[in-house]
Design a protein around this ligand. Structure first.
Ligand code: NAD
Ligand code: MG
Length: 478
């Protein structure tokens, strides 16, 4: 029910030069693989091949780890902390200067709307480097002892939902603490990590401090199990996280895991409803719902269920699904055919188990991978759509009568990454937040991130914290 039609407002992709082929970034230069093989990354909104990239083999991973080791011992570790900070500030400024180019590249490779890559991913990626640049020469004041030391070489594996931002979450604290890194981006979204390699060169970062090895799960497995890696940081699925924890059990390696979630977004009957509806939409439809902390379970107090659902459906009909490079687009493409199949499968299970499915009416493009904003009502806690992470634009709606019931239902999940609370009463926010078993609880807002604020989970959502002073601990011996 658009009030008026929007003219297309496409962001130009002319600002990005994508090479037809990329090697691996090892020891400060792009090199060809020794035992790897080429693969392609596509634009999920069009299925157009964007570039051929390289899957690193075990020998390539070994080269990268050795380059990182040499740089850590000879250059980056011994460097005065103030000088390390200067490099991080320089990187932060270049990320800002090149933010339009990086935002377009991110939207092309990932499918997310340019409005989000431009206004969320890029400002936050720069903010993460600024934040940790500030810590580099203040580590003795981090509360981790008078002389905390770097761990050595960090092997970092990241997912495809926030490619450059997850890179920033991983690389900024590692470098600030004097570690060097080998980072593997996800196979469907390697391009902004390769652009970041170029930024490292532009910043004059010493060779080997940052190494980027592209590839899929096999490359990731070779990296995390490499003997020369001192610390592993992984963000991705609970299944792979569990596998990595088993591989590393009994080794000297330090490990942090940021895994999945099934967050409850709790709306009490005294909540400001217009804001709550915006928060519900932001909670589940931001980034196509490809968000580990997405508010994928709406818990709404029974007395306001019908009114909230009316307003929510009304709002969902105004969401614009389509070309990620159009500045009016709210919801872009699903990142891969595999993810689309997973979303479709769980949605069909929701219907088969008896929940009622509703999608906002919208025309989906012919090419590419798309899923309409969808919600399920009449969901019970036993339904798969209430228990499993869908990682797509699909909301499950449940109801509750009392605050205690809301908390019980919210905590009835193997995950524990985030939660949201909507109420006018400050005392109720505190009462509820205290009882929620979630790493982050947002009050009257959702999906807000800040580099000064630690982020991480309980239970199957993983362990360790990223962000803030707490995020330094994962990269320091103390
Ligand atoms: P995944 O865990 O398979 O992939 C994440 C990263 O790990 C990628 O870089 C991948 O190449 C790498 N990887 C895969 N197997 C590996 C292994 N054995 N050893 C080391 N690295 C390995 O996740 P996915 O297949 O991209 O997505 C599947 C599901 O995971 C999604 O549906 C979603 O539920 C969840 N997920 C969560 C997050 C998050 O932010 N927590 C991000 C992406 C996906
Ligand atoms: Mg891609």
């Amino acid at each position: 029910m658009a009030v008026f039609e929007y003219a297309p407002a496409p962001e130009s992709r002319a600002i990005v030069a994508i090479a037809s082929h990329y090697g691996l970034f090892i020891g400060g230069e792009f090199v060809e693989a020794e035992d790897g093989h080429p693969f392609k990354t596509v634009n999920p909104a069009t299925e157009e091949v964007l570039a051929e990239v390289t899957a690193a083999g075990p020998r390539d991973v070994d080269r990268a780890v050795r380059a990182a080791r040499a740089a850590q011992e000879k250059v980056w570790g011994p460097m005065p902390a103030q000088d390390r900070a200067k490099y991080l500030y320089r990187i932060a400024r270049i990320v800002q200067e090149r933010s339009r180019e990086l935002a377009v590249l991110e939207s092309l490779d990932n499918g997310k709307p340019i409005r989000e890559s431009r206004d969320v991913d890029l400002p936050l990626a720069a903010a993460w480097f600024f934040h940790y640049a500030g810590w580099a020469d203040k580590l003795p004041y981090a509360g981790l002892g008078p002389d905390p030391r770097p761990l050595g070489v960090a092997g970092q594996v990241i997912p495809w939902n926030f490619p450059l931002l997850m890179l920033a979450w991983k690389i900024a604290p590692a470098l600030a603490c004097g570690n060097t890194v080998v980072l593997k981006p996800a196979e469907t979204t390697p391009l902004t990590a390769l652009a970041f390699a170029d930024i490292c060169r532009q910043a004059g970062l010493p060779a080997g401090v940052v190494n980027i090895v592209t590839g899929a799960g096999e490359t990731g497995a070779a990296l995390v199990s490499h003997d020369g890696v001192d610390k592993v940081a992984f963000t991705g699925s609970t299944e792979v996280g569990r596998q990595i924890a088993q591989t590393l059990a009994g080794t000297r390696k330090r490990l942090t895991l940021e895994l999945g979630g099934k967050a409850a977004n709790i709306v009490f009957d005294d909540a400001p409803l217009d804001q709550a509806v915006e928060g519900i939409v932001n909670g589940i439809f931001f980034n196509q719902g490809h968000v580990c902390c997405a508010g994928s379970r709406l818990l709404v107090q029974e007395s306001i269920h019908d009114e909230v659902l009316d307003r929510l459906k009304q709002r969902m009909t105004t969401l614009r699904v389509g070309d990620p490079l159009d500045k009016n687009t709210d919801i872009g493409a699903i990142n891969s055919p595999a993810q689309l199949a997973k979303i479709a499968e769980l949605s069909e299970a929701g219907q088969a188990e008896g929940a009622e499915r509703w999608s906002a009416p919208c025309e989906l493009p012919q090419q590419g991978y798309w899923f309409p904003p969808t919600l399920f009502t009449g969901v019970t806690q036993a339904h798969r759509i209430a228990r499993e992470e869908i990682f797509g634009p699909v909301l499950s709606v449940l109801t509750f009568r009392t605050p205690a019931e809301a908390v019980d239902k919210a905590n009835n999940t193997p995950y524990g990454l985030s939660a949201g609370v909507w109420t006018e009463k400050g005392s109720r926010i505190l009462w509820t937040a205290e009882r929620l078993r979630a790493g982050v609880v947002w009050a009257n807002t959702f999906n807000k991130f800040d580099p000064a604020s630690p982020f991480g989970g309980y239970k199957e959502s993983g362990y360790g914290r990223e962000g803030g002073r707490q995020g330094l601990e994962a990269y320091l011996a103390h």
